[in-house]
Design a protein around this ligand. Structure first.
Ligand code: BES
Ligand code: ZN
Length: 881
């Protein structure tokens, strides 16, 4: 057991490793309950390390069974070993050979870190600190070594044996029922990228001809019976490989690229060198079980993990504080890939919605931290929306600040200069400073400073002088551990929209630097004067969401609705509508709380109708214009004394009011967007389904008498999961007649497909009904549910805690109590999964007093428990701080 409180790890304490490990030869003899690992390491004292310094290796729940140094067994007083540490007192400068034998129990590994079994398949997960659960090691990302892996297993149990790199040898073990395979990875790598898989798996093979003419063998391994569901993943992989060549000039560097899908996996997927391991949810897809969103998710995650080969693997992180160096950058790359594969505007809107719904609340609550944290207790708790999503926004801003050409030149320089290294954010930024000639020191504060800045902009037009003056102010509120904030370098992309929709170009700009259409905001206050603007324009601010800030402007509702119709920037067209919709929802929440009538302005209805029915716009964009902000989004905008029930009621009011006001248009769209012909997962077809299904949801929540039958008919007739699940969701959430029968029919149809059943759990867990909590409790006993499988836990408990604002935040506190009890139990089995689930509590302080007290009581009770994991304790303590 780990101690209850541990000292935090601090960035400022970083020191290079005392020893270097140059080569690793692993011999892994697999058996379900007693796997033998023999690690032969070539070790050398690092320069600068004192000659009497001991060799200290990391471990985690390990059992040592043998230890030799240069062939001689060590005496018991030469070293001290515990499950989490091996210290050898006197070692030569080296290079010397250390052979460490450990014994593992993969079957008993419920943490899904290190070597474990998923449906019988042996697999590993080593990021961030899982390799130390396999052997004693310098388990840190700046320790780069060459790996050779020999795996041995019973041939019948595990006909497929995989590890990183290229296959070099394989064969039977004579006189036994076992066989072996040897893999060698020619690229030095940190231990977190090690992987091996062994099992009875089916394979979908393919090939890819790289830009340099080399033929790369591609394989996707899945459980037998699933090989027909890999086509989309394989197609996504090939498109990713081509795109990285074309857009970033990055070519793949091994003879094989293997992907394995497993059903028990804590995260989405893992970029192990040459052997990516995936949660099967991000590999398997067919029209009957996967939605359009699932297809898009697979495409993005396959791309993300593939892109890590250069941003993460060839160039890795010096220490875990630099996590955003690989994750933020790789998210940026996968977002750009998806934008190129689909609609750039639609992708940008989806990404900003995700950023605002996941990262903004994190940045506004007790778990706020900088994109590059300075301190952690448990690194697993820092794979956050801030590191990933805000980290990607920072790279996007960097591109905006230096311009497209300098960005590409900076990336090229980075790949060139740091290939084969474990490096830092400073080194990354230096490449762009060099490529652009810009001073990026203020920009670098984006990595250091937590919290979402508020950017306030007001404008005055002087017709006589022909000037537009923008008063721009930035402010970042204090966050835990950071009270004083400095001004950031904020790229403010700007349009000046004339009455006819044209963009006006200023003659001169004073008060801030402007490059192209980007204003560089670097001080707390700017007074920017743009000349040559005779006609009063409507400012279109922060186009494309050019910086992750909260924008407050004096643009009137009328002008916002003008932008929603005329802005040439599609993102801001959507954002303008959202701004007015959100304002309406906030006012309605207040009105309903004081028992008065909320009001819906006719001009807003007209603006929504205009965008939704504009045939010149893509259906996917029109769908987004119809989609209301979620309850949590409204809560975030209100900011304090949140009453989730009032928000739910306000949103329901607006949905039904719009439904009634737009009925003829909605019915028209529903018919117009019907598909002709069979299912295709492409973006255009998915966009039509998205529009049709958001329309269906409005109709199901309005007062057209025949709507209920329309929804039920779609459920029955659907030939794909997108349409079936959309109809089911509307039926269940709107409590339409027949929804119980529909749930039964869905269960009947998909009982044998766990990933489809996750949707069935999710739709019930997110129903805004008073009996939902009881239902969720009952579903915990459903034969398809398992607390040991992270996907099931996310689908039922995670969906309830994060996707059901009104019921998780029940005023009687029962929602909190249930989730906290579940988490405490899960913690014993899988601390990482428990800690993630617990972050659902992160916005508790923004609740109204009754709910706030309930949440606090619950958190305090949990904090008192004696046996919490480091992971869970870290989250609970920070939530309460
Ligand atoms: N390196 C991560 C996987 C990981 C995360 C390992 C946390 C250990 C701890 C991987 O590249 C990743 O980022 N996966 C994401 C999906 C991605 C598309 C953002 C995930 O697993 O959620
Ligand atoms: Zn990643």
């Amino acid at each position: 057991m780990r101690p209850e409180t541990t000292a935090p790890v601090r960035l400022e304490d970083y020191r290079p490793p005392a020893f270097l490990i140059e080569t690793v030869e692993l011999d892994i003899r697999l058996a379900p309950k007693a796997t033998k690992v023999s690690a032969r390491l070539t070790v050398r004292r690092n320069k600068g390390t004192p000659a009497d310094a001991p060799l200290v290796l990391d471990g985690d729940e390990l059992a040592l069974t043998g230890l030799t140094l240069d062939g001689s067994a060590l005496a018991s007083d030469d070293y001290v070993v515990t499950p989490d540490r091996l210290e050898i007192f006197r070692v030569p400068d080296g290079p010397f050979t250390l052979v460490i034998d450990t014994r593992l129990d993969p079957d008993a590994n419920t943490k899904l870190m290190g070597l474990y079994r998923s449906s019988g398949t042996y697999c590993t997960q080593c990021e961030a600190e899982g390799f130390r659960r396999i052997t004693y090691f310098l388990d840190r990302p700046d320790c780069l070594a060459l790996y050779t892996t020999r795996i041995e297993a019973r041939a019948s149990e595990a006909p497929v044996l995989l590890a990183n790199g290229n296959p070099v040898d394989a064969g039977p073990v004579p006189g036994t029922d076992r066989h072996y395979a040897v893999w060698h990875d020619p690229h030095p790598k940190p231990s977190y990228l090690f992987a091996m898989v062994a099992g009875d798996l089916a394979v979908m093979p393919d090939t890819f001809t790289a830009a340099d003419g080399r033929e790369v063998a591609l394989n996707i391994f899945v459980e037998h019976g699933n090989q027909d569901a890999c086509g989309w993943a394989m197609d996504s992989l090939k498109r990713s490989m081509r795109w990285d060549e074309e857009v970033f000039g990055r070519v793949y560097d091994l003879d094989v690229f293997n992907i394995v899908a497993v059903s028990d996996f804590n995260m989405g997927a893992m970029e192990n060198k040459g052997l990516n391991i995936f949660n099967d949810k991000y590999v398997l897809a067919n029209p009957d079980t996967a939605t359009d969103q699932d297809y898009a998710g697979i495409e993005a995650v396959i791309a993300h993990e593939y892109f890590h080969n250069w941003t993460g693997n060839r160039i890795t992180c010096r220490d875990w504080f630099q996590l955003c160096l690989k994750e933020g950058l790789t998210v940026f790359r996968d977002q750009e890939f998806s934008a190129d594969m689909r609609s750039r505007a639609v992708k940008r809107i989806a990404d900003v919605r995700l950023l605002k719904s996941h990262q903004f609340p994190e940045d506004a609550g007790p778990l706020a931290h900088p994109v590059r944290p300075r301190l952690y207790h448990e690194i697993n708790n820092f794979y956050t929306a801030t590191v990933y999503e805000k980290g990607s926004e920072v790279v996007r801003m960097l591109k905006t600040v230096v311009g497209d050409d300098a960005f590409r030149a900076g990336m090229d320089l980075y790949f060139d200069r740091h290939d084969g290294e474990a490096t830092t954010i400073e080194a990354f930024l230096a490449c762009f400073a060099e490529a652009s000639g810009r001073d990026l020191s203020r920009f670098a504060l984006w990595y250091e400073q937590a919290g979402t800045p508020t950017l306030t902009v007001s404008s005055t037009h002087d017709a006589a002088a022909g000037t537009l003056t923008l008063a721009v102010e930035q402010r970042t509120a204090p966050t835990p551990g950071q009270t004083a904030k400095q001004p950031l370098h904020i790229p403010l992309r700007l349009g000046l929209v004339a009455g006819d929709g044209r963009d006006l170009t200023p003659e001169t700009v004073t008060g801030a630097e402007m490059t192209g259409d980007v204003l560089h905001i670097v001080a707390e206050r700017h007074e920017v004067v743009l000349s040559g603007i005779a006609e009063k324009p409507v400012p279109s601010l922060l186009r494309g969401f050019s910086a992750p800030v909260n924008l407050r402007s004096d643009v009137s509702d009328t002008d916002q609705l003008f932008l929603s119709a005329r802005d040439s920037d599609p993102f801001n067209r959507w954002e303008a509508l959202q701004t007015v919709v959100t304002k309406t929802l906030i006012a309605a929440t207040a009105a309903l709380a004081s028992q008065s009538e909320p009001v819906l302005d006719g001009s807003l209805v007209a603006a929504i109708r205009a965008n939704a029915t504009d045939a010149a716009l893509e259906p996917a964009f029109r769908a987004l214009c119809l989609q209301l902000p979620g309850e949590a989004d409204i809560a975030r905008e209100i900011g304090r004394d949140i009453d989730p029930e009032a928000i739910r009621a306000a949103r329901a009011w607006l949905r039904s009011s719009l439904s009634d006001a737009l009925t003829p248009a909605l019915l028209g769209l529903y018919n117009e967007m019907a598909s002709s012909g069979g299912f295709s997962p492409d973006a255009a077809a998915a966009g039509r389904r998205a529009l049709r299904n958001v329309v269906l949801d409005y109709l199901g929540n309005g007062s057209v008498p025949e709507a209920a039958e329309l929804v039920a008919a779609q459920f029955r007739a659907a030939d794909n999961m997108t349409d079936r699940f959309a109809a089911l969701t509307t039926m269940v959430h709107a409590n339409l007649p027949g929804h119980e029968e529909a749930l039964s029919a869905f269960e009947e149809r998909h009982r044998a497909t766990p990933l489809a059943m996750d949707k069935w759990f999710m739709v019930q867990a997110t129903a805004p009904a008073a009996d939902t909590l009881d239902r969720v409790k009952a579903l915990c006993a459903h034969p398809g549910f398992s607390a040991g499988n992270p996907n099931r836990v996310r689908a039922l408990i995670g969906a309830f805690a994060t996707g059901n604002q009104s019921q998780f935040n029940r005023v009687d506190g029962e929602g909190f109590a249930f989730v906290a009890a579940f988490v405490q139990d899960l913690d014993k089995r899988n601390p990482q999964a428990a800690a993630r689930l617990m972050s659902a509590f992160r916005s508790w302080r923004a609740l109204e007093p009754d709910r706030r007290t309930r949440a606090e009581t619950c958190l305090k009770a949990l904090a008192k428990a004696q046996d919490l994991s480091v992971d869970l304790r870290d989250i609970v303590d920070r939530c309460l701080q």
